[in-house]
Ligand binder design. Structure first.
Ligand code: NAD
Length: 275
């Protein structure tokens, strides 16, 4: 490992040092799940192409709930058949070694951290988890598992059985994916936004993995950690706003390679054990 990286990691081996890890779609890219910056994201309604930033909105769900559901069910099918990779497993090893000194904040809705073994108590899914649904009218039914529904690629409309499965068992209205849409605000109840910011206030090391910095809470976390003097490591093959923060920080480093390549070595150094 580069000597600069070793020097940054060393203080986090002290008892009491807290490590915050922030992940984005890039950590799941090596599990075969496309990022939003890739070419694969768009969706066709009628003759028009829509980008994820237009599909994943409350406004679109209110206009075309079935289309939004079909898009999610197709995307979630990809997540369900993907497997956690070495980088997800490295973070489980880090959590197991650090216990309460570890917090994971993820923007991913693919459930791969959960399936790799990251604990629910120390993982904040700030954009939700696509394996769950809740009532679109917030009738109080709570958070429920996504029913097992398969949508064929060529299927234009939901079947009546699929519509029934996507109806709230309490009030009969539409269920919605338990995910934060682009035109909605972060909150604590559904997305643990305050818990994520609290972890940023006490972290002595922030490791950012595979995010383009397009959303506001992750950027606030990066800036807060920098202002409070935490060491910052960005793992991403491409330059991005977090690599810029890491390079500006007094103690920071941008590791320009993939999550699966970079993370196991870092975790091995921090824990003294192989992943
Ligand atoms: P993004 O798609 O905007 O950016 C992905 C970043 O990952 C890019 O900076 C890219 O350079 C980097 N990257 C690509 N391959 C990598 C690798 N192997 N290792 C490390 N980095 C790699 O993703 P984002 O910043 O997470 O924001 C997009 C939004 O889309 C988020 O709200 C997220 O919830 C959602 N999203 C989630 C998933 C998922 O759950 N897997 C997938 C796509 C989008």
């Amino acid at each position: 490992m580069e000597p600069e990286l070793v020097a940054l990691l060393e203080p986090s081996k002290e008892p009491g040092a807290e490590i915050l890890v922030l992940t984005g779609a890039g950590i799941s890219a090596e599990s075969g799940i496309p990022t939003f910056r890739g070419k694969e994201g768009y969706w066709v309604i009628g003759s028009k192409n829509y980008m994820p930033e237009e599909m994943a909105t409350l406004a679109m769900f209110e206009l075309h709930p079935e289309q939004v559901w079909r898009w999610y069910l197709m995307r979630f099918g990809v997540c369900r058949s993907a497997e956690p990779n070495l980088a997800h497993r490295a973070l489980v090893a880090l959590e197991n070694a650090l216990c309460d000194r570890f917090t994971l904040v993820t923007q991913n809705i693919d459930g791969l951290h959960r399936r790799a073994g990251s604990s629910g108590a120390r993982t904040h899914c700030i954009h939700g988890d696509a394996a769950y649904v809740r009532c679109a009218t917030e009738c109080g039914v709570g958070i429920l598992p996504l029913p097992a529904i398969h949508v064929d690629a060529g299927q234009k409309d939901l079947t009546s059985e699929q519509r029934r499965q996507l109806s709230c068992p309490h009030c009969g209205g539409w269920l919605r994916p338990h995910v934060l849409w682009f035109d909605e605000c972060y909150d604590e109840e559904n997305y643990h936004a305050e818990s994520a910011l609290r972890a940023a206030q006490t972290a002595s090391l922030l490791i950012v993995i595979g995010t383009s910095g397009a959303t506001s809470l992750p950027m606030r976390i990066g800036v807060l950690c920098q202002q409070l003097g935490a060491a910052i490591i960005d793992i991403n093959p491409e330059p991005n706003p977090f690599s810029a923060i890491a390079q500006r920080a007094k103690r920071g480093h941008a590791v320009r390679c993939s999550a699966c390549k970079a993370l196991p070595g870092i975790v091995e150094y921090l824990t003294g054990r192989g992943v």
